[in-house]
Design a protein around this ligand. Structure first.
Ligand code: PMP
Ligand code: GLN
Length: 379
């Protein structure tokens, strides 16, 4: 069989989590919480399931959940969306990203992505017959050079994929970034796929912005988010996509034949959670900012140099004062010799720059972060 994805192996997240398990290491690699979700959410899940809501959900998602998503967007971004026509519930953000890309990208199209890039974008573009054009963001601030973006647009460019707050750099777009993006998308008749799975984790009172806040951009955007991140249940694989009705109609043609619909009781449970506990969402930034600061304070005597983290639940660290090893090798040694697993940054680049950066996930109990920091301070 000739592979359709010859360059793809198992993801760095699977590799590092497996190594962490084998080595009984503290796993700060793959991004997921090591603490439980709100018990209320679990009670709701059980209750809806016991009530018999265990058959296929509507293709676009249960309506009460879509209505709650519309209400959430109205609260966060002051935009009114139509739950019937502009919102679709998906099996995680991953499915939404995949469907969006299949719906938009045609053979021969070019898609602009920013490296370090989340690993699911490029394979999805390739399967659609398109190719990715990678623009590298530079440490420590990973700013987008919008002039470089403008210079990279050709008559084949179809889509720009953005991710703010950004995994793995933890940087957040400013209003100016969004406006420059809007300008280019509109000027060249492109589409935008905006991966906003960390939207509720923006720190230090920075404004929480979305592609949805910029009407001309929103008119050409598919916006993706994930309840796995927001409610600490990454294993539920529940997310959604938001788009103008004509784009959403195309999105649904793909979603209908990828999964058709997502886990029904979880949709009802999340809808009830959004309605009865909106503070869970509005308090998420403070919750994770506290963890970021706790982890940083515990590392203040380490030789790791922490990079600024404006959002997400990831912290980048420069280990060049500790080792000359490549980041991949350094992460292997860190897991095997010191029992701490992290993610090497180079795997997120088409052309990795010469740098010594690794990513830690701080969505962990303080005891986990303290234990990990004790070891890291001895390196
Ligand atoms: N986009 C980014 C930037 C992510 O970090 C992740 C996963 N953590 C996803 C998409 C996928 O989200 P989900 O688990 O809901 O599929
Ligand atoms: N998004 C998670 C991370 O960045 C990983 C998700 C996955 O394992 N596919 O760590």
């Amino acid at each position: 069989l000739q592979s359709k994805l010859p360059a793809v192996g198992s993801s760095i997240f699977s590799q590092m989590s497996q190594l962490a398990a084998e080595q009984q290491a503290i796993n700060l690699s793959q991004g997921f919480p090591d603490f439980g979700c709100d018990p209320f959410l679990l009670q709701q899940l059980a209750a809806y399931s016991q009530q018999g809501l265990n058959q296929y959900a509507p293709m676009a998602g249960v309506l009460v959940l879509r209505q709650q998503i519309a209400a959430l967007i109205a609260r966060c971004y002051r935009q009114q969306l139509c739950p019937e026509q502009q919102i679709t519930v998906t099996s995680g953000a991953t499915e939404a990203l995949f469907c969006a890309i299949q719906a938009l990208v045609r053979p021969g199209d070019e898609v602009i992505v920013f490296d370090p890039a989340y690993d699911s974008y490029a394979p999805a573009v390739q399967l659609a017959g398109g190719s990715t054009v990678h623009l590298a963001l530079k440490a420590p601030d990973f700013q987008v050079d919008w002039q470089q973006v403008a210079d990279s647009i050709t008559d084949k460019t179809r889509l720009i994929i953005v991710n703010s707050p950004h995994n793995p750099s933890s940087q957040v777009f400013t209003a100016d970034d969004w406006q420059q993006l809007q300008h280019l998308v509109c000027q060249h008749g492109l589409y935008c796929l905006s991966d906003e799975v960390y939207e509720h984790m923006v720190f230090d009172r920075r404004p929480q912005l979305s592609a949805l806040c910029f009407p001309d951009l929103a008119a050409r955007s598919l916006v993706v988010s994930s309840f796995g991140k927001t409610f600490h249940v990454t294993g539920w694989k529940l997310g959604y996509c938001v788009a103008p009705a004509p784009l959403m109609a195309e999105f649904r043609k793909v979603h209908q034949y990828v999964t058709f619909s997502s886990f029904t009781p979880a949709q009802y449970a999340v809808a009830t959670m959004l309605q009865q506990h909106p503070e869970q969402v509005s308090g998420l930034a403070a919750f994770y900012q506290h963890k970021r600061d706790y982890f940083a304070s515990q590392l203040s005597h380490s030789r790791l140099q922490l990079l600024p983290a404006q959002g997400t639940y990831f912290q980048l660290a420069d280990y060049s004062a500790i080792s000359d090893l490549s980041d991949v090798e350094f992460c292997r040694r860190l897991t095997i010799d010191h029992k701490i697993a992290a993610i090497p940054l180079s795997v997120f680049y088409q052309a990795p720059p010469d740098q010594r950066l690794i990513r830690f996930c701080f969505a962990k109990d303080e005891s986990t972060l303290r234990q990990a920091a004790e070891v890291l301070c001895q390196l």
